[in-house]
Design a protein around this ligand. Structure first.
Ligand SMILES: NC(=O)c1ccc[n+]([C@@H]2O[C@H](COP(=O)([O-])OP(=O)(O)OC[C@H]3O[C@@H](n4cnc5c(N)ncnc54)[C@H](O)[C@@H]3O)[C@@H](O)[C@H]2O)c1
Length: 495
């Protein structure tokens, strides 16, 4: 890819883009897509905001408990919806137990009836990824605002349908990017905004999933691209959103390669097993396989999945070496941004540790940031993605001067400390202005998935894919202003 022939998204010049983001961050731009939410539910009205949740699996529990407990003075849970009657029953019993709340439940086919009968202000979407768009579009058509888990959706067609429905209805569509709220990641944004390394020109970003959490994506619905978009969309939506937001920039062009070489039938044999098998529960080689997952040993996994299989045949413990898996475990991507920045990114799903390393190369120096995460698998009852303090660093390298480490902003809880801060932003009726503009809507949600969708296509064709070919004329998200591309740069000191 050529760094010198940069076509700007929406036909903007680089100077105009920086000016636009500055206006947006000051809240002065009109004609962007944020529409008013349900009118009556606010701190001043005293009315609680009404929420319904569709998809009551593992991730929904964070939102469910936030509404039932932490934010109960401002929020009310009015409905649960899912394909699986067993998980619906669990959610209803849980609400009774922890909050004495009688929350009605609805099967997926009755989603419209749920909205009509229970009149939510907001529908929270936490289904599997490929089903997000159906509910986002329908909820907005029925007059609700939406909060959706990442990824916004899994392909460009569904993405265009969401953008179109949002434009037609004017409803608010929030994409809950918890990673932005993780204090060390916000700190990186703060440093980049401060201009400490000048203007960023290129980024090297490597994300590692270990053989616990990484392997887990190969056990269930994520292991098929039709459900998840593969790890390029399902997982990397977080990472590409972080880069877009860190840089206040959007992707223009993407090239990628990808392969699966670890989670394969051949690797099962190389690891000394006779063969791959269907699932862990019935595996004849469970004693020899250290990838074996015993659902009955974790109360939460047993209750949520094993005990509910009878309703829909959703097996949470399928063999990670199955031949029908069609997602990659090794991915390399090159991205060119509208500001001229270039990104080299990799994602590896069978690593020795979990976390990432990123380096920003600027006109006045370099920032290196590493974050190491604790071992976990989704829904096993442990804190997901909690950072290891000793493995989390931010180091500044000025030109021709000694490098130094900065103290890390404290982060506690799920996903690098991001989950709790995200929830405040979602559910508190009044919150202070956020100079980092961490709240994200459908525009940021779309740009975060389009890099991965383009990467999936590039893996097949071997060619660069232009983002504008997937979704034309996508408006720029609201990002804070960054150091100018035209301001003077200090001459580095003599060595
Ligand atoms: N932001 C984060 O850090 C984070 C972490 C985990 C999961 N997630 C996201 O949360 C969502 C849910 O993930 P999960 O781990 O809870 O998965 P899960 O499999 O535990 O739960 C998904 C639920 O959706 C239901 N469902 C599936 N298809 C449906 C449909 N068409 N209609 C209605 N219900 C349907 C399933 O029955 C299940 O109850 C995913 O989009 C995932 O990407 C985000």
């Amino acid at each position: 890819m050529n760094n010198h022939s940069i076509s700007m998204a929406s036909g903007q010049t680089r100077r105009e883009f920086i000016a636009t983001t500055a206006l947006a961050s000051a809240g002065l731009m009109t004609g962007t897509s944020l529409a008013p939410g349900a009118p009556a539910a606010s701190a001043s009205s005293g009315r609680k905001r009404r929420y319904a949740i569709v998809g009551v699996g593992s991730r929904s529990q964070m939102y469910r408990d936030a509404i039932l407990k932490t934010y109960a003075p401002y929020a009310e849970l009015v409905g649960f919806c899912d394909l699986n009657q067993g998980r619906l029953n669990l959610a209803r019993e849980h609400a009774r137990r922890v909050a004495s709340a009688d929350v009605p439940v609805f099967l997926a086919r009755d989603f419209d009836r749920m909205v009509r009968d229970t009149r939510p202000d907001v529908v929270i979407v936490t289904t599997k990824d490929a089903a997000h768009s159906d509910y986002i579009v329908r909820a907005m058509q029925l007059g609700c605002d939406v909060m959706t888990e990442k990824p916004l959706t899994t392909d460009e067609k569904k993405c265009r349908a969401i953008l179109e429905a949002q434009r037609r209805t004017g409803r608010r569509c929030t994409v809950t990017f918890n990673y932005r709220y993780s204090p060390p990641r916000t700190q990186v944004k703060d440093l980049l905004m401060s201009g400490i390394i000048g203007e960023v020109l290129s980024v090297d970003f490597h994300w590692l999933l270990d053989t616990h959490h990484g392997a887990d994506y190969f056990r269930r619905w994520h292991s098929h691209k039709a459900n998840s978009g593969g790890l390029m969309v399902h997982k990397a939506t977080h990472h590409f959103d972080l880069v877009n937001w860190w840089l206040s920039a959007v992707p223009v062009s993407v090239m990628a390669t990808g392969k699966r070489e670890f989670y394969t039938p051949k690797m099962a044999r190389r690891l000394g097993l006779q063969s791959h098998h269907e699932r862990c529960l019935t595996c004849p080689e469970k004693a020899q396989c250290t990838f074996h997952l015993d659902l009955s040993r974790s109360g939460s996994l047993k209750e949520l999945y094993l005990d509910q299989e009878q309703y829909d045949g959703y097996y949470r413990d399928r063999c990670v070496f199955r031949p029908d898996i069609d997602i990659e475990d090794t991915m390399n991507v090159l991205v060119r941004y509208n500001t001229g920045v270039t990104l080299a990114y990799s994602l590896n799903a069978f690593n020795a540790w979990e976390g990432y390393r990123i380096a920003f190369n600027g006109t006045q120096g370099r920032i290196e940031h590493t974050m190491e995460e604790n071992v976990y698998i989704n829904g096993d009852g442990s804190v997901p993605g909690a950072l290891k303090k000793e493995g989390t660093t931010i180091r500044i390298y000025p030109f021709r001067a000694p490098a130094y480490q900065v103290p890390i902003w404290e982060a506690k809880g799920g996903h690098g400390g991001g989950d709790a801060l995200l929830l405040d932003d979602l559910f508190l009726p009044e919150k202070p202005a956020d100079k980092y503009l961490r709240a994200a809507d459908q525009r940021a949600g779309a740009y975060s998935i389009l890099t991965g969708i383009a990467a999936n296509k590039s893996m097949v064709t071997g060619k660069a894919v232009e983002i504008a070919e997937l979704v034309p004329r996508l408006a720029l998200p609201d990002y804070p202003p960054m150091p100018s591309a035209d301001s003077p740069v200090a001459m580095p000191p003599r060595a």
